[in-house]
Design a protein around this ligand. Sequence first.
Ligand SMILES: NC(=O)c1ccc[n+]([C@@H]2O[C@H](COP(=O)([O-])OP(=O)(O)OC[C@H]3O[C@@H](n4cnc5c(N)ncnc54)[C@H](OP(=O)(O)O)[C@@H]3O)[C@@H](O)[C@H]2O)c1
Length: 255
Amino acid sequence: MTDPMRLLTVGATGSIGRHVVTRAVREGYAVRALVRDPDRARHFPHEVEVIVGDLTRADTLEAAVADIDAIVFTHGTYGGDPGAARAVDYGGVRNVLAALQGRKVRVALMTTIGVTDRKGVHDWKRRGERLLRVSGLPYTIVRPGWFDYNKSDQRRLVLLQGDRRQSGTPRDGAVARDQIAEVLVRSLRSRAALRKTFELVSETGLEPADVEALFAGLDADPVDALDGVHDARNMPLAAEPQPVQMDLKQEGTAL
Ligand SMILES: NC(=O)c1ccc[n+]([C@@H]2O[C@H](COP(=O)([O-])OP(=O)(O)OC[C@H]3O[C@@H](n4cnc5c(N)ncnc54)[C@H](OP(=O)(O)O)[C@@H]3O)[C@@H](O)[C@H]2O)c1
């Protein structure tokens, strides 16, 4: 695959998505932003193409994916409503991947640190991760810590695997929004980031000169994996809801 150039940003008007849009423009991508309300995109750089769609309505997504060769997902819900998490956090990934109709594009998906903790509504983000893993698409999955809870001198990025930090508080780690966007966008052109799933936090120190070396230090997910390479195996497929199992079968090349 050549370097992706035409990028769709999903969740473009969000607190991370806005950084993704500006970062990607700066890195030379032709950026298309999927939005529900164009008014919320009025401060985007003028070269950004704004396209209207709703992640919960598959029929509105076809034009959004036309002719693109990369996607960054930073959409999502807050508030712990499982219905919203299912429809948007998970349904958004399912519907956009389905709209691709088998076309190969590079994908960066943002979920969250603690995504494998089964207590809250994160299961739906994890199910989105699983769909992407079985899709056969080249991907990177980024699970950030708490947005902007870092101190200003905490710019040294730390990439972790296995999702072992699950207090559900900022003690699990924090990272600046602009750095999350940078890692997502950088992963798209990185061989070293392929099939990698990691938590992203920052510690005291300077920002890295080169995120590529950080990607290279990680283990890749096995080709037939549902979960991240070092994740707890605490979500058996056989116990998953029937519609989720069906989605995995439909999307999966590996199942
Ligand atoms: N805050 C943290 O520390 C933290 C840490 C890790 C992970 N996270 C997770 O990261 C996710 C994103 O966070 P954020 O702060 O960027 O959220 P945000 O500012 O609320 O942005 C969410 C984005 O998703 C879009 N969206 C929601 N429903 C949609 C739909 N039906 N169709 C199309 N777009 C839709 C929103 O569009 P509109 O502008 O139209 O609403 C917005 O662009 C959240 O789910 C959050 O749980 C948060």
